[in-house]
Design a protein around this ligand. Structure first.
Ligand SMILES: NC(=O)c1ccc[n+]([C@@H]2O[C@H](COP(=O)([O-])OP(=O)(O)OC[C@H]3O[C@@H](n4cnc5c(N)ncnc54)[C@H](OP(=O)(O)O)[C@@H]3O)[C@@H](O)[C@H]2O)c1
Length: 280
């Protein structure tokens, strides 16, 4: 079985660089059994980082994560998120308590603000610091924060401890390569790449399918191997079936050649200027 590469948090802690997303999981009672089995298979394969959010299925995805990790809590690195409308000092603490209850856990490994909202981040940060002191979260971070917002974060007292910025990144959405990626590398903040398959749309790209055929691989594996080429990046594809989890794990065995990268650059050119951060 291919070894899972790791990414390093600013504290030096290592986490699996290929993890599991959970958006839309928990929406359908009919799919629940299969989705839980998919998460468990991912954990067995070493994809031990799972990303969820209080928003997903209105807490239903967190409940599923709680069920999937039962009996193996210590092996799994759990990332979840507070919504900006709940991100006041008191609101963040309340939201965290509810997430802990839904997942039946004592502490969240990495707690993110889902996207920037109207509450000043300094207030959310106060809550993150208090939660960390109380042992209810181990690390904190942000999501959908662009360069200027990251600069504001690290300028705050305690802001230097930001554990990750979770942003959209895939072959078709390369905007962060222009400046955010370099900034994060410089500040040793790992990026967590969401929608690495562009929510499945990349699987229909002719360049991706052509390269996949040349390697006897699948389009999903090409799309994931391309993101995984980045050092210190965490990639969290969402797969709702065991077959898709196995397929995605197989990306670790695929080695794209310089010719493949050049062809993908022609099909999906890197950004030539700063663009607004893309999000779903
Ligand atoms: N912070 C944020 O604002 C934010 C926003 C979006 C997403 N996220 C996180 O990032 C995770 C991943 O992003 P995403 O869910 O938007 O999109 P994604 O991972 O790019 O794509 C998921 C889609 O691809 C399909 N898929 C997965 N593996 C496949 C395979 N091997 N072959 C064919 N199809 C495959 C899935 O179908 P099946 O379900 O049928 O397997 C699903 O329809 C989310 O689940 C969530 O945890 C965060």
């Amino acid at each position: 079985m291919a070894a899972i590469p790791t990414a390093v948090l600013p504290t030096g802690e290592k986490v699996a660089a290929l993890g599991l997303g959970t958006w839309t999981m928990g929406d359908s009672a009919r799919r629940r059994k299969e989705e839980i089995a998919s998460l468990r298979l991912g954990f067995d394969l070493g994809m031990t980082l799972v990303d969820t959010a209080e928003m997903y299925a209105s807490g239903g995805a967190e409940e599923m994560v709680g069920e999937a990790i039962a009996g193996r809590r210590d092996e799994i690195f759990i990332v979840t998120k507070v919504m900006p409308q709940n991100a006041s000092r008191r609101g963040t603490i309340n939201a965290c308590e509810k997430s802990l209850k839904r997942m039946k856990i004592e502490a969240i490994d990495l707690y993110l603000l889902h996207w920037p909202g109207s509450v000043p981040f300094s207030e959310t940060l106060e809550a993150f610091v208090a939660l960390r002191k109380a042992g209810k979260i181990r690390h904190w971070g942000v999501s959908n924060f662009d360069l200027r917002e990251m600069e504001t974060v690290v300028a705050l007292r305690d802001g230097g401890a930001v554990g990750s910025d979770q942003v959209m990144y895939n072959l078709a959405r390369r905007g962060i390569e222009y400046s955010l990626m370099g900034w994060c590398e410089q500040h040793r903040v790992p990026i967590m790449a969401y929608s690495p398959l562009d929510q499945g749309k990349l699987l229909r790209s002719s360049a991706v399918t052509r390269i996949a055929a040349q390697h006897s691989a699948t389009p999903a594996q090409v799309a994931l191997a391309w993101v995984l080429r980045q050092k210190n990046m965490i990639v969290i594809p969402k797969a709702g079936s065991e077959a898709h989890v196995r397929d995605n794990h197989g990306a670790l065995k695929l080695h794209l050649t310089p010719e493949d990268f050049a062809e993908l650059d022609r099909a999906f050119p890197p950004p030539g200027r700063k663009k607004p951060l893309e999000s779903t």
